[in-house]
Design a protein around this ligand. Sequence first.
Ligand SMILES: Cc1cc2nc3c(=O)[nH]c(=O)nc-3n(C[C@H](O)[C@H](O)[C@H](O)COP(=O)(O)OP(=O)(O)OC[C@H]3O[C@@H](n4cnc5c(N)ncnc54)[C@H](O)[C@@H]3O)c2cc1C
Length: 392
Amino acid sequence: MQHDVELLILGGGCAGLSLAMRLAQLGHRAPATLILEQRPRYQNDRTWCFWGGEATPFAQTAQHQWPAVKVRNARQTLCIDCARTPYRMLAAERFYAVAQTALRDVPQLRLLMDTPVLSEPQFHGGRWHLQTLAGQVTAAMVVDTRPVRMPAPGGALLWQSFYGYEIDCSQAVFDPECADLMDFLPANPERVAFIYVLPISKTRALVEFTVFGVAPLAADDLAAELNAAIAQRVNGADFTVLRTESGMLPMGLDHQNSGLAGLELAYVQVGVSAGAARPATGYAFQRIQRWAAHCAQAIAGGRLPIGHTPDPALLRQMDRIFLNLIRRQPELAPQLFMTLFARADSQKVIRFLSDCGSLVDYASIVLALPAKPFLQQLFSAASSGQGMPAGS
Ligand SMILES: Cc1cc2nc3c(=O)[nH]c(=O)nc-3n(C[C@H](O)[C@H](O)[C@H](O)COP(=O)(O)OP(=O)(O)OC[C@H]3O[C@@H](n4cnc5c(N)ncnc54)[C@H](O)[C@@H]3O)c2cc1C
């Protein structure tokens, strides 16, 4: 079967569906769009967490929200009030369901499941051509959200690897009013490791073990420490594992997104392996929502689809300096995070982490952190002639 459309979206995950939902809001003005997704069906394969007030997209759809989060290590626990911008959790199954419902009402937008892309797109005759399991497709514009490359050492300054179980426990062991954002394991010269706990009720929580390190780690590499963390949390009570989730997210991509073609050929690569994730945190969900709104606006205005907007230079530099420091001296990271949350105003830290910071917020972050390790890091980078990596 042959499909000829104006816009082709490769991959119906977070970025692909977020753009499609924005286009659906255009109603009959939406361009003829095909979204190709290789999965036969959606599953509850992840949870997206983000900070945000009521104006945040998906605020109403969130499964749970926390007015406070904790950051802790063996010696100290900091409780951070975030009631003004609660930490929200959106189950992927809800997101996929909302997206599918939105697309159903707009005949110009078609989502084809179980339809992997079989050949790389070729540009000739003024259009893109590619082969899929559902036949030949041609399109004027392509937004490609497929992962550009597999996670591998060297692809990013650091990798954030995590593995988690959503568990249902036979006893009330969790506090659904407060999430554990980072519960650090003891400082380690090889990696930064912490437990992340998202309690949905007194008996149910998603518990994840997370590592920041130079190489990505598979779920199997993290399983033993995840099991140990859960055993400690449930304090001997029985529990059932309802589902699992895992990921390997780049923190500071070390390649420029060359792209198959260029904007002049109406082809953009987006998504987590093409710059969607915030380098210092790996958070991508809200950034993808902002990109989707801008990209849909461009398309609605008769312009070409756009990729992710680079972060402001100052933010990029701050993230690079921070990532380079914890890449070289991961043992410093737990105390750096503790110090940041202890000294800086929590609203400023949250705005900084969610890309909504002002210059004043950036200044507060810098002033809250101990200067010495950062100066040493800058000095050693300068004296080894490294400077900042390309793209910083
Ligand atoms: C388990 C997990 C939890 C996360 N939690 C958070 C969080 O709490 N907060 C946050 O901000 N970020 C989070 N992230 C990071 C980020 O938000 C997600 O990775 C997000 O899904 C990235 O969106 P994407 O569109 O780039 O990739 P995906 O959502 O993975 O979408 C890519 C899509 O392309 C499809 N595809 C791939 N190859 C082909 C092909 N050849 N043909 C057709 N389709 C193809 C895939 O099946 C997939 O559906 C998390 C990531 C993971 C993995």
